[in-house]
Write a protein that binds this ligand. Structure first.
Ligand code: NAD
Length: 244
């Protein structure tokens, strides 16, 4: 897949990785990039700085009606969605002491939102004969590194769901990609360090923190090669190869 003339949606588009994806998709020639985020004003600011092809909207990815409305509005306005990036995520620090509300939030944002995205975009993609879904998962979804319990568990679930989608729909033209970065220099990592999250400390200590633009480079390459697992960190790719 290349991005020329494509219609793209990026959730969590106001965040570190999301904003880098938005800027790169515009630079690669996308016809339209919808920047959707719980932080609506920040989404609009990212869109404004990315260029006239981008526009920002408020979205809570854990509300299925809102996800469906975003997809319907985008298809009405631009005719189709070629690539939907389910990128919003939350880092829940802690271990088994995290309460049910914390586990529920991690589950709803990191996993259930991907189900809502798939339900909303797949019917039109299948009717048109194809499309692309990029699920931002995490290296915490393919490695069992020391980290935070709910984040590790929900990111493993997100990789599992992405793989299920990829296998189930590949014969009908839909390509699914699981983006699994490790440490990336974004507000999520900074907030995790400030809050003393173990996962953030392990990442910072590993010395392999990438910039969001480096992640965007890996996404462009992964989409071009139609890869399922997109692993921007070489050491994660080595681990995945050894495990496979
Ligand atoms: P970030 O905190 O900068 O961005 C996350 C964005 O998601 C924010 O703009 C936030 O407002 C948005 N968001 C959160 N809940 C939402 C909701 N309910 N509805 C809509 N938007 C919501 O973090 P980031 O590092 O850019 O994270 C992007 C993705 O990358 C996440 O899925 C994260 O788990 C994943 N990831 C990050 C790292 C890292 O080290 N930063 C590593 C691996 C994976």
């Amino acid at each position: 897949m290349n991005l020329t003339d494509r219609v793209v949606v990026v959730t969590g588009g106001a965040g570190g990785i999301g904003a880098a994806l938005v800027r790169r998709f515009v630079a690669e020639g996308a016809a339209a990039v919808v920047v959707a985020d719980l932080a609506a004003d920040a989404a609009r600011a990212v869109a404004e700085s990315a260029g006239p092809q981008a526009h920002g909207v408020g979205l809570d990815v854990t509300d299925e009606d809102q996800v469906r409305a975003l997809v319907d509005d985008t298809e009405r306005q631009y005719g189709r969605i070629d690539l939907f990036c389910a990128n919003a995520g939350v880092a829940t620090g802690g271990g088994i002491e995290v309460d049910d509300a914390g586990w529920d939030r991690a589950w709803r944002v990191n996993v259930l939102s991907h189900v809502y995205a798939a339900r909303a975009v797949l019917p039109a993609m299948l009717a048109r004969g194809g499309g692309h879904l990029l699920m931002t998962c995490s290296a915490a979804g393919v490695l069992t590194a020391v980290g935070d319990a709910a984040y590790t568990a929900t990111k493993h679930a997100s990789v599992g769901f992405a793989e299920w989608l990829a296998i189930t729909y590949r014969d009908r033209g839909v390509r699914v990609h699981a983006l699994c970065p490790q440490g990336v220099d974004t507000p999520m990592l900074a907030d995790g360090l400030a809050a003393g999250h173990l996962g953030a400390k392990v990442i910072a200590a590993s010395g392999v923190v990438l910039t969001p633009d480096q992640v965007a480079d890996a996404v462009i390459a992964g989409l071009a090669e139609e890869r399922f697992l997109i692993l921007p960190h070489p050491e994660v790719a080595d681990y995945a190869r050894r495990r496979a």
